[in-house]
Ligand binder design. Structure first.
Ligand SMILES: [Zn+2]
Length: 252
């Protein structure tokens, strides 16, 4: 993309934002890399280096449960130190202007919550690391409380209510996405007039079909990612830029 075209596109995109009343954000790993959160699924990421622990193994094998919690503990150290960046604040500003009605994310890092967006407009498609959930009774606790007192030499943590297995409230390999979250995401896609995708390569199904639903239903579609996506030819705006560079351009 040449600079002249980029500038024209930026002006057109800004005016699309001005005209929109119901914007929905859709974010993936690329929005958080500038906060120091690695893309775990990419080459060299944690899932590339280690065998993943499948949900079935977590439920049935104590050793796998310990291994899973060890990795989550390392990840928690990264997450609790991570700050929001310009990408997260871009969506927070749209919310403050009364334009953002929902934010769908594939990320589990909780940075949209940290940016100040209200929890009830965020759809965490792959769950969240901010909470730990009991697999038996559904009781949820803040992750902070669990990780602050975590001693895996004593075994994995158990539910204070029913002694069931506790697990960070994220979707594991081999686990289905939650129906209610998919419903919420679909409804947002159907009701928005502009969907802005940031930092997702739109290849993981079924999450990647959500921007298509918005577009088919008459919304404008904008995509901001470093690499190409399967929906680029279909979108109204495509910016192959780092998130921070993109935000700098629209703020000038
Ligand atoms: Zn329980």
């Amino acid at each position: 993309m040449s600079n002249i075209n980029t500038n024209e596109q930026i002006i057109a995109f800004k005016s699309a934002i001005d005209r929109s009343k119901k914007i929905v954000g859709f974010t993936g790993a690329g929005i958080s890399t500038e906060s120091g959160i690695p893309d775990y699924r990419s080459k060299g990421g944690i899932w590339d280096k280690f065998q993943p622990v499948y949900f079935e193994e977590f439920v049935s094998d104590e050793k796998k449960r310990i291994l899973y919690w060890q990795r989550k503990q390392e990840l928690w150290d990264d997450l609790s130190n991570a700050s929001t960046n310009k990408g997260h604040m871009f969506f927070k500003h749209l919310y403050d202007e009364g334009k953002l009605v929902g934010l769908i994310t594939q990320n589990i890092d909780g940075l949209h919550e940290k940016s100040g967006l209200p929890k009830d407009i965020i759809v965490n498609l792959h769950g969240t690391n901010l909470e730990v959930v009991c697999l038996d009774c559904g009781f949820t606790i803040s992750s902070e409380k669990v990780f602050d007192n975590l001693d895996l030499k004593q075994g994995v943590p158990l539910c204070p209510k029913c002694e069931g297995l506790l697990k960070p409230n994220t979707i594991s390999f081999g686990q289905q996405l939650r129906g209610e979250d998919l419903d919420k995401a679909n409804n947002l896609a159907l009701s928005c007039d502009l969907m802005i995708v940031v930092g997702s390569t739109l290849v993981v199904q079924p999450a990647s079909s959500i921007p298509s639903i918005a577009k088919e239903n008459g919304a404008l579609l904008a995509i901001v990612t470093l690499s190409e996506t399967p929906l680029d030819g279909y979108a109204d705006f495509v910016f192959h830029l780092r998130v921070e560079n993109f935000i700098n351009l629209i703020q000038t």
